[in-house]
Design a protein around this ligand. Structure first.
Ligand code: C5P
Length: 223
């Protein structure tokens, strides 16, 4: 008798984060940004000087990661790691790449598994990531696989980074996005593939609102 779950998986830059947030808001459901957990682990590992090859220490760290997702005054979600606000600090390319490396380690994924499942609470959960529908919430009522072309995803990422004042080149972003896709799709554990029965949405030529509408229609059908 668990609360219902909608999973939204896909590669980085497909719009999962924004779409998941909007769907969760519209439904009044909880939200799990599972990528943030991998990013938090990467940041914590660097704080504690834990190397990528120390898989035991990484697993223990994953299981005991001291994190909080709290509502800030402006309603935005503030992410706190070991008492420190790291909402922005985990969004860098360096942390993203490190997160993707740690995410390829089976014991790390195992360490985070139960923590992710604990996010299921009434009235429901929208979970975004890479393996939400395939591994973490196989019983989810609605599974979405949201994708877009690498060029489009790089373009969107470029705009985000430029707003933050980061200097990056588009062709370099396309290259790292393709590399990260490769690694996420070909890793032996929880590779990035659409779950069986997933609704595949290619958002290359769609607006965020159009994507949200498609998912809301599915949610209405399922309820
Ligand atoms: O989505 P985001 O870019 O924040 O995720 C960072 C990295 O964490 C991804 O590149 C991916 O390797 C990993 N990840 C994962 N499984 C998830 C969510 C994220 O392996 N469910």
């Amino acid at each position: 008798n668990q609360a219902p779950v909608i999973t939204i998986d896909g590669p980085s830059g497909a719009g999962k984060g924004t779409v998941s947030q909007l769907v969760a808001e519209k439904l009044g459901w909880h939200l799990l940004d599972s990528g943030a957990l991998y990013r938090l682990l990467a940041l914590a590992a660097s704080h504690h000087g834990i190397e990528t090859d120390d898989v035991e220490a990484l697993k223990v760290l994953a299981e005991h990661l001291d994190i909080q997702f709290q509502q800030a005054d402006d309603n935005a979600i503030e992410i706190v790691l070991e008492g420190e606000v790291v909402t922005q600090a985990i969004r860098t390319e360096i942390i993203g790449n490190q997160a993707s490396k740690l995410a390829a380690i089976p014991s790390v994924r195992e360490g985070l598994l139960l923590r992710q499942r604990a996010f299921v609470q009434e009235p429901g959960l929208v979970a975004d990531g890479r393996d939400m529908g395939t591994v973490v919430f196989p019983e989810a009522s609605i599974k979405v696989f949201l994708t877009a072309s690498p060029e489009e995803r790089a373009q969107r990422r470029l705009m985000q980074l430029q707003q933050k004042g980061d200097e990056v080149k588009l062709d370099e972003l396309v290259k790292t996005i393709k590399e990260r896709d490769e690694r996420d799709a070909n890793r032996p554990v929880a590779p990035l593939v659409p779950a069986v029965g997933a609704l595949v949405i290619d958002s290359t030529d769609m607006t965020i609102d159009q994507v949200v509408d498609v998912i809301m229609v599915e949610a209405a059908k399922a309820s």
